[in-house]
Design a protein around this ligand. Structure first.
Ligand SMILES: Nc1ncnc2c1ncn2[C@@H]1O[C@H](COP(=O)(O)OP(=O)(O)O)[C@@H](O)[C@H]1O
Ligand SMILES: [Mg+2]
Length: 602
């Protein structure tokens, strides 16, 4: 039994330098590419094949003009057939190989994205509550949407465009230099302004592109957070204010995007201009040499064709650079998320929890959230198996914290929480979830039938078992009266349940799961008084034969417990049976008086 827990340092983006960040991204990329490595090599071969085929075109034209035409004059048509046929075959082959490239690269990118998407979901789901409380839902959604999208943009075409364009430029340049080195020289000179313009564009666009990604992320986060809190927004009439904030963010995004598009236009037209000037210079210099007899016409035509082709790939490379940048950033963020270890780690050697009796012990427990202040300074508590304990105390006293530690949503800073003498940190997580169930005020229902919602903790339960559970907690009549009974979809209009009804359904869920230890955190708060007797009966059935920790504001529930603990500032200040505590005349007695007065006056 370990009584102290060493908390591993939170792996956070802020604690890593640039190199470590990149190394982590590269490891993630490597692990994503490894399963599809063969297909990646295949795609590379296809890219090379298609570019070689395409670059052969102008050379065949030169051959046709300079060798096949004179041969034709001499009565031999075969070279011309060869030139024309060769051109056609090269073009066809280039087209077919390009199509194959698109297909295989799409297969690669889609399987990488599928793998990554699933990993992100599984990992986010596995992360602890502490993470989910710190990482806003908007940020999680950005990971799953815009970051994966940035990667998709690069993988779906970006990478192949980059490879294809670079290769096309290289092959075009080399072919031209081999065919006529003087024209090659012109190209080499023209590359200088081309490269400068491209560099300028990259530097400018990185700034703008990043600003525009930040702007769109802000738009998404604001949207998600407003709609998540829509009840509060509407209740407090915050619509005009939130709309104004949103308008500002959306306008930022528009302005940023417009600026990006403007510099795209400048870049695009500059390259077109450089390309056209190059073609004109190649044509002029080459034409003069043709006059001198220093250059064949066919070679000149080929040189012009090559020169014309040279700058189009440069534009594509410039354009891909943006998605390359944002994909790198996205990969870093995704690697950060995936590298985030849960602060509630699974045990290395899980101890099975079988036939749990439900003996609960807090042994010198000290706890606070994250790096925050201490919430429980030192808690020692023993709940024997089968005992029903009610926790009472003011809001913020630490009652829910005790409940969440018992359910191991968080780990203690010092001391240990034990179930049947086994540290919850060492217990098999699946066994722990089975033997310990926490029902909260939220009573979250998933979209699906009422029956499926009741069977959440035991998906293999039969309809009879589900109905028996519903009967036991007194919700059967209610469910049976729904339009489709147990098959009513809870997320559809008309099939919706009130907060109190949802709580009853979650009682049935807990009853069916049949845990040895049950934790109820204000689980009865939404139930109204007219149903009181029914609820009390349901609750009694639910708690029978289990260890239970009940946090309740309802006097009847508290008075029905075996034992009451009054919690104040993270300490147990009174401990005894309800009758004892009332008789002792302490805080609980005062609370009890207050309760009775409020019941009498209502
Ligand atoms: N997720 C959290 N992160 C940081 N502090 C928290 C969190 N939940 C609760 N606290 C703090 O812990 C203390 C105890 O809270 P809680 O256990 O929820 O009280 P109770 O359930 O008795 O109302 C409070 O001071 C509260 O501010
Ligand atoms: Mg609470």
């Amino acid at each position: 039994m370990s009584t102290t827990a060493v908390r591993p340092p939170a792996s956070d983006e802020e604690t890593l330098d640039g190199r470590a960040l990149r190394a982590r991204s590269m490891r993630l990329l490597g692990s994503l590419v490894r399963p599809v490595a063969r297909a990646v090599w295949g795609t590379a071969l296809l890219v090379v094949g298609s570019q070689v085929a395409l670059v052969a075109g102008p050379a065949l034209v030169a051959y046709g003009i300079d060798s096949a035409l004179p041969a034709l004059r001499g009565g031999d048509a075969r070279p011309l057939w060869f030139a024309a046929g060769g051109y056609l075959v090269a073009a066809l082959l280039g087209g077919l190989l390009t199509a194959a490239t698109v297909r295989t690269s799409a297969r690669v990118s889609q399987s990488i994205l599928l793998d990554l998407r699933r990993r992100v979901f599984r990992h986010t789901q596995r992360l602890d509550l502490e993470f989910h409380e710190r990482y806003t839902s908007g940020r999680i959604i950005s990971r799953q949407t815009s970051d994966l999208d940035a990667l998709r943009e690069l993988l779906d075409g970006g990478i192949t465009t980059l490879a294809t364009s670079t290769l096309a430029m290289l092959l075009t340049g080399v072919s031209l230099a081999l065919l006529d080195w003087r024209s090659g020289l012109v190209l080499l000179v023209a590359v200088v302004p081309g490269a400068l313009v491209t560099r300028w564009f990259q530097l400018r666009s990185v700034v703008l592109y990043r600003a525009s990604r930040t702007a769109v992320a802000r738009v998404i986060v604001r949207f998600v957070e407003t709609m998540t809190g829509i009840r509060a927004v509407q209740a407090f009439r915050r619509e005009p204010a939130t709309a104004a904030t949103y308008d500002g963010l959306a306008e930022d995004y528009r302005a940023n995007t417009a600026r990006s598009i403007r510099i795209n236009g400048v870049f695009d037209s500059s390259l077109t201009l450089i390309g056209n000037v190059t073609v004109a210079v190649v044509l002029l210099l080459g034409g003069l040499r043709v006059l001198d007899g220093g250059l064949d016409v066919g070679v000149l035509v080929a040189a012009v064709l090559y020169a014309r082709r040279f700058f189009a790939p440069l534009r594509d490379i410039g354009m891909v650079y943006n998605s390359f940048q944002s994909a790198t950033a996205a990969l870093e963020k995704l690697a950060g998320l995936l590298g985030h270890e849960p602060s509630v780690p699974d045990p290395v050697h899980p101890v099975p929890l079988r036939d749990v009796r439900g003996d609960v012990r807090f042994d010198g427990v000290e706890f606070g959230y994250g790096d925050g202040p201490t919430v429980l300074p030192r808690l020692d508590l023993h709940v024997p198996a089968g005992q029903v304990v009610a926790l009472v105390g003011e809001t913020g006293a630490g009652k829910s914290t005790v409940a969440k530690l018992l359910a191991r949503f968080y780990d203690v800073r010092a001391g240990a929480v034990l179930v049947d003498g086994i540290d919850v940190r060492e217990a098999d997580p699946a066994d722990l979830r089975r033997s310990l169930v926490m029902v909260t005020q939220e009573a979250y229902l998933f979209s699906g039938s009422v029956a499926a919602n009741i069977a959440l903790g035991r998906p293999d339960a039969t309809r009879e078992e589900i109905e028996a559970a519903a009967r036991a907690v007194g919700v059967h009549e209610l469910v049976a009266s729904l339009p489709d009974g147990y098959d009513t979809e809870v997320d559809k209009r008309g099939g919706r349940l009130s907060a109190g009804q949802r709580q009853l359904v979650s009682f049935a869920r807990a009853f069916l799961a049949d845990p040895a230890v049950l934790i109820l955190d204000e689980a009865t708060s939404a139930l109204d008084v007219p149903g009181e007797a029914l609820v009390q009966e349901g609750l009694r059935t639910l708690l029978a034969g289990r260890t239970a920790v009940v946090i309740a504001h309802r006097l009847s529930t508290v008075m029905g417990a075996d034992r009451v603990l009054v919690v104040d500032a993270g300490r147990v200040v009174e401990d005894g049976s309800p009758a004892q505590l009332v008789a002792a005349g302490g805080r609980f007695a005062a609370l009890h008086d207050e309760w009775q007065r409020s019941i009498a006056s209502s």
